[in-house]
Write a protein that binds this ligand. Structure first.
Ligand code: ADP
Length: 378
């Protein structure tokens, strides 16, 4: 830990560094705000000094910050400090943009303070750093899930004809076995038995394939809803943030944690947000709205992603969550099937409909509340 003297001196240091620097005290109040931070956020330093840092973050993250600071002060356990992460920052105009953030602990006037180094990131930078690693994890998980969805779909489709083959051959062998006079009986019986064995074997192989793909054991545990939303939307929006899309987060501060594998939870949200952005993108021009909300419904948290795009095409509305259903030229049509598979594996459900507030599509899914639920966290 270094000892820096006054916020004024600090300002000069900040301006010399090619990153936006924001220093906050232990309560989250902004103590120093560099020139580059002014450019990045559209505020002048004197407007924000003394204000809570939540001013600079997407609203759903703001509540988390206070929680982090309080928890860190209480437990000394580091969630954010020392690590580089992707966050959604908020410009004075309300526009949100992804940034790479690194926080370090310093001493300011003899007190603990935190210094955040921020760098805006854009689509080109997906090839580098933390965003690349996060996207690679997600892509890998998506590939595994796509294989799973594929295996499940194939197993489902082939199971019936295989069962039929096994039944028909069994029926035939019964018929043949009753024909005493039939010269080639032994030979035909042998062939039919082989047919039947092969059909059963093919069925077993399919089941094994499905179990194998499912086998990549997820790490289920309590996850903060805000954290899942933060990670997934930041990644999904990196490619789309240049368009005028205003994202509203409606996430109550005291939501209990959900029981899910972090990557899988992120994957469901990522797919839904990406689909919403793609639907919006297909509509030309204009200003667009996205609402991501969460609320408690009995023992579950219901998360929703709503957009003001064209809504779900009526032709596919009934088969939306089945594999290989798509209206996109290059689409695979497994995204929503994967979402359904993940959500249902945790005992939740997923539905699509029309967004009452935005007019486009609304997707809602539930995840169970963790039994040893804390509110917020990592
Ligand atoms: P893909 O994105 O590869 O088509 P998905 O399973 O993710 O596969 O989506 C299936 C289809 O559902 C899409 O092709 C699209 O027609 C429809 N869809 C999904 N999300 C939305 C949305 N937010 N608005 C309108 N249609 C959507």
């Amino acid at each position: 830990m270094r000892d820096l003297q006054t916020p004024e001196n600090l300002g000069q240091v900040l301006d010399a560094i090619p990153l936006a620097l924001v220093t906050i005290d232990r309560n989250g109040a902004i103590r120093a705000f560099g020139k580059r931070a002014e450019d990045m956020f559209g505020y002048r330093a004197e407007e924000v000094i003394g204000c809570n840092v939540s001013l600079l973050t997407a609203p759903h993250i703001a509540a988390e910050h206070d929680h982090y600071l309080a928890e860190y002060a209480r437990t000394g356990v580091r969630h954010v400090i020392g690590a580089t992460r992707i966050e959604m920052a908020q410009h004075k105009s309300g526009h949100q943009f992804p940034v790479e953030l690194r926080v370090s602990e310093i001493r300011l006037d003899g007190e603990v303070a935190y210094q955040g180094f921020l760098r805006p990131i854009n689509g080109d930078e997906l090839q580098r750093g933390e965003a690349k690693a996060m996207l690679a994890d997600l892509a890998q998980a998506s590939r595994v899930s796509a294989m799973g969805a594929l295996a499940t779909a194939i197993a489902h489709e082939l199971n019936q004809p295989l069962t039929n083959i096994a039944n028909y051959t069994q029926g035939l062998s019964n018929l043949v076995s009753q024909q005493d006079e039939f010269a080639g009986r032994e030979e035909v019986m042998r062939v039919l038995e082989t047919c039947s064995d092969q059909a059963v074997r093919a069925g077993q192989l399919l089941h094994r394939l499905r179990d194998f793909v499912r086998g990549g054991q997820p790490q289920t545990g309590p996850n903060a809803v805000a954290g899942l939303v933060r990670d997934a939307t930041a990644l999904a929006l990196i490619n789309g943030y240049k368009r005028t899309i205003h994202v509203t987060y409606d996430l109550p501060v005291d939501l209990p944690t959900v029981e899910v594998d972090h990557l899988q939870g992120q994957q469901v949200l990522f797919n839904l947000v990406r689909n919403a952005l793609e639907a919006i993108d297909a509509e030309h021009g204009g200003h667009h709205e996205l609402v991501i909300a969460a609320r408690q419904v009995n023992d579950f948290i219901e998360l929703s992603v709503e957009d003001d795009g064209p809504g779900i095409a009526p032709a596919i509305a009934d088969s939306l969550f089945e594999s290989f259903v798509t209206t996109k030229g290059g689409g695979m049509g497994v995204g929503l099937a994967i979402c359904k598979q993940i959500v249902e594996a945790y005992g939740g459900s997923i539905h699509a409909g029309k967004s009452a507030r935005l007019g486009g599509a609304a997707f809602r899914f539930t995840l169970p509340i963790s039994s040893e639920s804390e509110t917020a966290g990592g």
